[in-house]
Design a protein around this ligand. Structure first.
Ligand code: SF4
Length: 67
């Protein structure tokens, strides 16, 4: 399963089966990655480049940017 979240500029793909719940994303960019909320990814307030940089730090590959 893949879920998509977009800000109209870039799209995050999230593959929940690959997520190891390490919380690196929430610790690194808490204004976007909010595990306790729905939707848990909220891309409104942050630049696409900051989001992309955080996505690239996901250790499991659960987060990626849709090309
Ligand atoms: S950084 Fe990646 S593996 Fe860790 S909680 Fe976030 S999505 Fe899941």
């Amino acid at each position: 399963m893949k879920k998509e979240y977009t800000n109209g500029e870039i799209t995050i793909l999230w593959q929940p089966d690959m997520c190891i719940h390490c919380a690196e994303c929430a610790k690194g960019l808490s204004t976007v990655f909010k595990p306790r909320e729905k939707p848990w990814i909220q891309m409104g307030e942050v630049s696409s480049s900051e989001i992309q940089a955080q996505v690239e730090k996901c250790p499991s590959g659960a987060l990626s940017i849709k090309e």
